[in-house]
Ligand binder design. Structure first.
Ligand code: GTP
Length: 305
């Protein structure tokens, strides 16, 4: 058979918190796999989303973002991100066109200059919120600081120009095999996605009262004993202080129940089966700064695997 050659490669998505990285991944894949929230800094792990079409396969790496690290965990994540950027085929630097160019963007560009020869596409997101006249000076401003291989304005939310972006990505990717089966959209085990969905519900429902430092660990995910077509999930929500535990549990357990209910609906959609969730809340003080705890939460150096 005369098989057409496919292209494939790894693409890192970087950008300041809240610029729309998760929204873009979800738009590309058409399903909910990366966490979305209107709060900054909710993506902590590398989420790999896998897009396959007749041209080939794009493996997206959603990095935790580049910013001045404040804690040990922050420093760790920053190193993880910088190492990743050396290894990928392309970097998508996502920015929010409604935000003024400031020190945050300058910091990212400085890092890009110092660490990598990987081509960088500047992706100007949220163009649905500005006029074309407003967009041009923004493009000029970014051009002054860095020689981007491409500059592509999109709206991740509305889907504008996202197909152009995909074409431009394929343009730069080398010929290569499909690394993953074509129906696979994420490399992470379902457990990770489930934990992220629960975390998303907590952040959305508790608003400003609970910090992003909470962690969710799915301890088990098994078919139900009575009905094997159902899935029973047991997960622990880790907080830093007892007061946060109170907020998450809520009056008469109402908040925790609502978190579980909303997460269940999303997870049922993800897994395509009926789901039961049991949630616990535990206090682990100041886990951000305790190295030995990082491993518990799945933060480890690549060499350790
Ligand atoms: N109007 C508009 N809003 C957008 C667009 N893309 C993302 N948003 C909104 O911006 C907010 C942040 O989007 P996310 O996708 O969570 O951002 P993120 O970069 O993944 O954020 P972190 O996970 O914190 O790094 C959400 O409220 C999105 O709905 C867009 O193209 N247009």
């Amino acid at each position: 058979m005369n098989q057409r050659k496919t292209k494939s490669g790894f693409v890192a998505i970087i950008g300041r918190p809240n610029v729309g990285k998760s929204t873009l991944l979800n738009q590309v894949l058409g399903q909910k796999i990366a966490i979305m929230s209107d709060k900054p800094q909710t993506t902590r792990n590398k989420i790999r989303a896998i897009y396959t079409n007749e041209q080939g396969q794009i493996i997206f790496i959603d990095t935790p973002g580049i910013h001045k690290p404040k804690s040990k965990l922050g420093k760790y994540m920053m190193n993880l991100t910088l190492t990743t950027l050396q290894e990928v085929d392309l970097i998508l630097y996502l920015t929010d066109v409604t935000e003024k160019f400031g020190p945050g963007e300058q910091f990212i560009i400085d890092q890009l200059k110092s660490v990598t020869k990987t081509p960088v596409y500047l992706i100007l997101n949220k163009i649905d919120l500005v006029t074309p006249e407003e967009l041009l000076p923004i493009i000029d401003q970014y051009r002054k600081y860095y020689d981007f291989t491409e500059i592509i304005p999109i709206s991740a939310l509305k889907g504008n120009n996202v197909s152009t972006l995909l074409e431009q990505i394929y343009k730069i990717l080398p010929e290569g095999p499909l690394y993953y089966p074509s129906d696979q959209v994420t490399e992470h085990p379902e457990q990770f996605v489930v934990a992220e969905l629960i975390r998303e519900k907590i952040l959305n429902l508790t608003r400003e009262e609970v910090p992003h430092s909470i962690a969710v660990v799915v301890e088990s995910m098994k078919p139900g004993e009575e009905n094997p077509n159902t899935v029973v999930i047991q997960a622990v929500i880790y907080v830093e202080r007892a007061s946060q535990k109170g907020i998450i549990i809520g009056k008469n357990g109402r908040m925790l129940k609502e978190i579980g209910r909303q997460a269940r609906l999303d997870i049922e959609r993800l897994l395509g089966s009926k789901v039961f969730i049991e949630l616990w809340v535990k206090v682990k003080e100041d886990w951000r700064n305790r190295e030995h705890l990082l491993k518990d939460f799945g933060f480890f150096e690549e060499e350790d695997i």
